[in-house]
Design a protein around this ligand. Structure first.
Ligand SMILES: CNc1ncnc2c1ncn2[C@@H]1O[C@H](COP(=O)(O)OP(=O)(O)OP(=O)(O)O)[C@@H](O)[C@H]1O
Length: 184
């Protein structure tokens, strides 16, 4: 796969934190696998205000943890339907991010986007959805890391990376992106 630095989207300083990694990622094993699924129409992105679970109160894409026997793509379809009433058609896999939290919790998140779907948009117990202009993404109300990788995803790139958070604060990150998206 052709690798490109995040410099194509961002200054080099944003691809990697200045601090050294607090953990050895070669032995990383996630406690949970989750997904995010960003539905897109030209110039717009579907976001949610998350009502419960990890990151409650923050703005994010629809998503959640995989259940036994599910592929991440199955999860992207199920969670989007459960949270906002829309069933994405052919979600496109655009990478995976490995998060480690200071309390020891490790979550791997697969990123999907979709440009077509069925169903009707609705608010649920889990999420308040809203269409957001792509130029006005409210990064200050999202996880701190989102501003580092979401713009690259919206440019069609695939992202991979490792991130360490203490509470809500991002302390370490190392992000790579590529122009070729992985099929998976
Ligand atoms: C730290 N930086 C982060 N940046 C962007 N997104 C992040 C994230 N950390 C977690 N996420 C997302 O948070 C959701 C977890 O969902 P979470 O509520 O725990 O799972 P789920 O909805 O399945 O609920 P249950 O707890 O199983 O009931 C899931 O979409 C996951 O991708």
């Amino acid at each position: 796969m052709k690798r490109a630095s995040l410099e194509t989207s961002f200054p080099r300083s944003l691809a990697k934190s200045a601090t050294s990694s607090p953990l050895d990622w070669s032995s990383y094993r996630p406690d949970d696998t989750a997904v995010l699924c960003f539905l897109r129409k030209p110039g717009w992105l579907l976001l949610i205000r998350k009502k419960r679970g990890l990151g409650a109160g923050k703005i994010n894409g629809p998503g959640g943890k995989t259940e036994p026997g599910e592929t991440p793509r199955d999860t992207a379809i199920r969670e989007t339907r459960e949270e906002v009433g829309l069933i994405p058609s052919e979600p496109r896999h655009q990478g995976a991010l490995r998060f480690a939290f200071a309390d020891g919790y490790r979550l791997e998140v697969h990123i999907f986007t979709a440009t077509s779907w069925e169903g009707s948009l609705c608010e649920t117990d889990e999420a308040l959805p809203f269409w957001c202009p792509q130029e006005e993404i409210p990064y200050t109300e999202m996880w701190e890391d989102d501003i580092l990788w979401l713009p690259a995803v919206l440019e069609g790139k695939s992202v991979e990376g490792e991130m360490f958070l203490r509470g809500d604060s991002l302390e370490f990150w190392d992000l790579r992106c590529s122009d070729d998206h992985q099929v998976g």
